[in-house]
Design a protein around this ligand. Structure first.
Ligand SMILES: [Zn+2]
Length: 395
């Protein structure tokens, strides 16, 4: 999606400049805490992770176990399906198909009685199952040359949640819920497509620095009070998540967001310069040093050889692509901001009009146009970094 290394470097430097005051504030807060509470008057690079953990515990701690009691699986799924139905003008219903395990469920997505797509949901961890969470396509949408009929898309949505104990429903952590929304974002990208050419329908043919837009977009709803409220009912009492607990979760999410942003930029800028500058392979340490001097607030000691274990960019498929994490966050936050801007008292952020526009320009169009064209068709302009900064408490 990015046109040139220059465009990426410019984006990273712009973001670094905007995040810097917040990172400096994070660092100052950490130094104060180290001095006052940890007997470390001269905080060193190797103390940062430990002291950060202590500070987080002291200021922003909440119990994952307590939060879990509210995110009961049937309520979460009902809330998620309801949100998708309202935003994207579809209905999700149970369907039937042969499955590979008794806990796997099958659903169909319809609009006005017409089948649009189907998906398998395999939510629970079990012995022998691959860990993690992912969406994968079973088949894509296309006009079949043999029958001239439309083949509708089918997806797998796979997670590894802990199954409910006894007759209790599964209880999801907030991370689990976010993961579920994320994978559904990929799933919707694949299943709501209206493209009939298999090479560019659904998630096919989408630039890989834009594939996380629909998934990270969905994560935003997990931080929206009106939505989260609807996703919760306490396993014993049926009560919604208390607002005070939610506020603590948001504060913990934004903990050290300035420092974390600069750290991601440090990795991204190092990666991009390494691949874009012809002489850099002979000067790896020099490039690291320069990037750190430019963006880092926490400079590691001279003997640090971070670059030797940055396997993402030489063994992880992210060569000259590490920036895409932040890039996709900017896109998804800015797309979500369109919903925030259109929010009303009665429907909150779930505006059907904006939902329709998002669906038609981004989800349904998929790889049939460039990701930038899709984004501009939705937003009426190129992406801006403001929404991401605001969502992460940096504004
Ligand atoms: Zn993803």
């Amino acid at each position: 999606m990015a046109d040139s290394p220059d465009q990426v470097v410019h984006f990273l430097r712009d973001l670094a400049q905007r995040a810097r005051p917040f990172a400096e504030k994070d660092m100052a807060e950490l130094r104060d805490f180290a001095r006052d509470e940890c007997d470390l008057p001269d905080l060193q690079a190797w103390d940062v992770a430990y002291v950060s953990e202590k500070l987080k515990e002291a200021r922003y701690a909440f119990s994952d176990q307590e939060v879990k009691q509210y995110f009961t699986e049937p309520t979460v799924l009902k809330g998620l399906f309801g949100l998708i139905e309202k935003l994207f003008e579809v209905q999700i219903q149970p369907d039937s198909a042969p499955v590979w395990h008794e806990s796997v469920r099958f659903f169909r997505i319809e609009r006005a009685g017409q089948l649009i797509g189907q998906f398998y949901l395999d939510p629970y961890a079990r012995v022998g199952k691959r860990p993690g969470a992912w969406m994968d396509d079973v088949r894509g949408r296309w006009t079949r040359p043999d029958t001239q009929g439309t083949q509708t898309p089918v997806a797998h949505l796979v997670c590894n949640f802990a199954k409910g104990v006894g007759d209790k429903p599964a209880l999801l952590t907030h991370d689990d819920v976010t993961t579920l929304f994320h994978e559904f974002g990929h799933g919707l990208h694949h299943m709501l497509t209206q493209v009939n050419d298999i090479g560019v329908s659904g998630i096919s043919g989408v630039e890989w620095d834009a594939v996380e837009l629909p998934s990270q977009f969905m994560e935003n709803f997990c931080w929206e009070w009106d939505v989260v409220h609807q996703l919760t009912s306490h396993v014993d009492t049926g009560a919604h998540l208390p607002r005070a607990l939610f506020d603590k979760m948001v504060a913990a999410k934004n903990f050290q967001s300035g420092m974390q942003t600069l750290r991601q930029i440090e990795f991204s800028l190092f990666d991009m310069r390494l691949h874009a500058e012809p002489e850099s392979d002979a000067n790896v340490q020099k490039v690291v040093d320069e990037v750190r001097a430019e963006v880092a607030v926490n400079i590691p000691p001279a003997f640090n050889r971070f670059q030797h274990s940055f396997s993402h960019i030489f063994a992880g498929g992210y060569a000259a692509g590490y920036y895409s994490y932040k890039w996709a966050e900017v896109l998804s936050a800015d797309a979500y901001a369109a919903f925030e801007e259109a929010a009303t008292a009665e429907s909150g952020v779930l505006s059907p009009e904006v939902g329709r526009r998002y669906r038609e320009t981004i989800l349904e169009a998929g790889g049939s146009r460039s990701a930038m064209e899709n984004f501009k068709a939705f937003r009426g302009r190129e992406p801006r970094i403001d929404a991401l900064l605001r969502h992460q408490g940096m504004s």
